[in-house]
Design a protein around this ligand. Structure first.
Ligand code: C2E
Ligand code: MG
Ligand code: MG
Ligand code: MG
Length: 276
């Protein structure tokens, strides 16, 4: 609590000198209110295998702002992290994703994975307990809950991150590295972590068929994942050409506008239909 107050205060202090920091402070106050008034919701984007069967989905937070409309994380996540509010938001996201995960199971789709993004600060505070609570509430196999963390989480505090990951892994929860290839984690370090999956960043996928350099990187990542026994989900798959390029090189799962957009939970249920 003191840490959080400290952060807000330093933002207020900067606001006296920097007009952009003033806007930031307003945004943070707005976010406080939004959390209190329950203005956040989750969109879900399905992920598919090469036969285009659904295998899981990713929960993506949205803010239904009373004046500005529906906002994506790009509009507020940085402020959320900087202010420490991401701890509260992250806890809400986890609880809401778990609630939807239970509903999936009730509809006969309990075999799908539920992916949840977690930020660096959550990793430093209370994540193991929150995740444990979410898993117990649903009573689903914990391996179907997949936490997505970015390489920045690992870089922020490598030793702690590894400890927390080991605890989560002991609980049976799956772990994926998000936006893989954009950070700086060494292969030697990756090998030591209890990981199930890499998510190939959309910046590489976007340039497949256009940029030989990015093709080489994607190919290397897919090869490395195979040797380390890690599954790969490609992000931002928008075209058939990208899909078949990736499939031909061993990519196992696909997420992107080609297959499904992030949608409200009910739309996802409608798209899924009756379990096959
Ligand atoms: P991410 O985890 O890498 O999520 C994938 C992003 O790519 C999502 O953006 C998704 O809408 C977008 N996307 C999916 N398919 C395509 C495609 O075919 N083309 C393109 N151009 N984009 C595609 P979104 O929802 O705006 O989220 C942005 C980022 O915000 C996420 O990137 C994630 O890092 C963060 N985020 C989202 N929800 C949460 C959350 O609950 N907690 C935390 N800590 N971060 C979150
Ligand atoms: Mg993600
Ligand atoms: Mg990503
Ligand atoms: Mg991303």
């Amino acid at each position: 609590q003191a840490k959080r107050l400290g952060r807000n205060r330093s933002v207020a202090y900067r606001a006296a000198f920097d007009p952009r920091a003033g806007e930031r402070l307003e945004l943070i106050q707005d976010l406080h209110r939004a959390l209190q008034q329950d203005e956040f919701e989750l969109a879900f984007q399905l992920q598919f295998d090469h036969r285009r069967q659904p295998r899981g989905m990713e929960a993506l937070v949205r803010w239904r702002h009373p004046e500005r409309g529906l906002l994506g994380p790009g509009a507020f996540m940085e402020a959320c992290e900087e202010s420490g509010l991401v701890l509260r938001l992250g806890r809400w996201v986890l609880g809401e994703a778990a609630r939807r995960w239970c509903q999936l199971d009730e509809r006969g789709w309990g075999g799908l994975r539920m992916g949840v993004n977690v930020s660096a600060l959550q990793f430093q505070e209370g994540l193991v307990a929150d995740v444990g609570g979410a898993v117990r509430r649903c009573g689903l196999p914990p391996g179907r809950l997949e936490l997505e963390l970015t390489e920045s989480v690992l870089l922020a505090s490598p030793v702690e991150a590894r400890t927390v990951m080991q605890e989560l892994s002991t609980q049976g929860v799956s772990l994926a590295i998000d936006d893989f290839g954009t950070g700086y984690s060494s292969l030697a370090y990756l090998k030591e972590l209890p990981l199930q999956r890499l998510k190939l960043d959309q910046s590489f996928v976007r340039d497949l068929g256009r940029d030989p350099g990015n093709e080489a990187i994607s190919e290397a990542i897919l090869g490395m994942a195979r040797s380390l026994g890690l599954a790969v989900t490609a992000e931002g798959v928008e075209t058939e050409a990208q899909f078949s390029w990736l499939h031909a090189r061993g990519c196992g799962e696909f997420q992107g506008y080609l297959l499904a957009r992030p949608e409200p939970f009910d739309a996802v249920l409608a798209r899924l239909g009756a379990p096959g």
